[in-house]
Design a protein around this ligand. Structure first.
Ligand code: AMP
Length: 353
């Protein structure tokens, strides 16, 4: 296994809080991070060795500033696949471009998972208003219309309680290519994070129970009282996806639990918000394991060291950070974002008990 020597520079596409936590994990192992993202003063910029502000499409600039990078990764799943793939001649891209390409498109993602024997909510491809009528006839209501691409934190989604709401939903997604998904009356929403090394070794985190408010992750807890069958199915799905993608790094897999069924919701080809607790609550964090994996190092154990709760600080929640510190067991993380906006992830808090 070819190891990226410590002291090398890791190129990271994306400069948000995930890039910030990845950069800190990289620094712990002696690596330098060089962030490329279009936003000025990104959260990762406070802790990375270098930051370049440019469009993801500006390949000339990226090639020039990344001449010395030893490996390239990404912390944002909507970076253009064409950019990620074009940069592969500079240094290895981990996770690979195929993982990015599949995860960016809900149709490809769902087809890929079902081909591997994974379960998912009933869904149909919707390319036009006429397709939506056919899909509603097939799937029924309630249902959720989701854009194929660029959806995150509940954006690009419209719920359809009755079929007469179809016009409004189609307008909500701005007539973009979409999928219609049957509404799942799930018992729980869970995720599994899988780290997969260059040698194919894996380390699994979870299952983690996730609570969303308005489509945004509010809190994550682990362990979750699940039946051994459900737990095995969740781990098995994550392993199958990671192996089939020849994945290197951390993959987040979000699922719905309905009775004994485990249905794929979506996968994120990157470190994941539902695993922030791994910084204090696991022997090796997801961030460190992502860096270990992409640098060809052996993975650290993912075992948890207690019962864990992680709560996101969203929008105005951030103003309460000092009050949270009155609890001496609270691990408070702030992302250094200058402006508080509704729905913006400003930080998170973890408790390990
Ligand atoms: P997504 O962006 O696809 O992860 O959706 C955001 C959130 O909407 C999920 O975390 C769920 O809480 C909810 N959701 C999405 N799809 C469905 C579905 N098919 N049935 C029920 N709830 C859903």
């Amino acid at each position: 296994m070819k190891v990226i020597p410590t002291g090398s520079t890791i190129g990271i596409l994306g400069g948000g809080q995930l890039g910030r936590m990845l950069s800190m994990a990289a620094a712990q192992l002696g690596y330098r991070s060089h962030i490329v993202c279009p936003e000025a003063n990104p959260p990762a910029g406070d802790v990375a060795a270098d930051v370049t502000t440019c469009a993801y499409e500006d390949l000339d600039t990226i090639r020039r500033v990344w001449r010395d990078v030893a490996v390239i990764t990404y912390e944002f799943e909507n970076v253009p696949v064409s950019t990620a793939a074009a940069l592969e001649d500079l240094a290895p891209l981990r996770p690979n471009a195929r993982a990015l390409e599949i995860a960016q498109d809900r149709v490809r993602e769902k087809s890929f998972a079902t081909e591997l024997g994974g379960d998912a909510a009933p869904w149909a491809d919707v390319a036009s208003r006429a397709d939506l009528a056919t899909a509603l006839h097939m799937i029924g209501t309630p249902a959720i219309l989701k854009t194929r691409r660029m959806g995150y934190d509940g954006k690009g989604q419209a719920r359809i309680a009755k079929s007469d709401e179809a016009d409004e939903a189609w307008a909500d997604v701005q007539a973009a290519p979409s999928i219609l998904e049957g509404f799942v009356p799930f018992d729980r929403e869970i995720s599994v994070l899988i780290a997969r090394g260059l040698d194919g070794a894996t380390a699994l985190y979870g299952p983690i129970e996730n609570t969303h408010v308005g489509g945004i992750l509010r809190s994550s807890c682990t362990p979750v009282p699940l039946s051994p069958v459900v737990e095995a199915r969740a781990f098995d799905l994550a392993r199958r996806l990671a192996d089939a993608l020849e994945y290197v790094g951390v993959l987040g897999v979000e699922m719905f639990v309905l009775g004994e069924r485990v249905l794929l919701n979506e996968m994120a080809p990157r470190v994941h918000n539902s695993g922030h607790w791994t910084i204090e609550g696991a022997v090796t964090s997801q961030f460190e394991n992502h860096i270990r994996a992409i640098c060809g190092l052996p993975l650290g154990t993912s075992t948890t060291i207690g019962a864990v709760e992680m709560r996101n600080l969203i929008g105005d929640d951030a103003y309460g950070w000092h009050a949270l510190l009155a609890d001496p067991t609270a691990h408070v993380h702030l992302y250094g974002k200058a402006e508080v906006r509704a729905g913006r992830k400003m930080g998170h808090v973890t408790w390990v008990r």
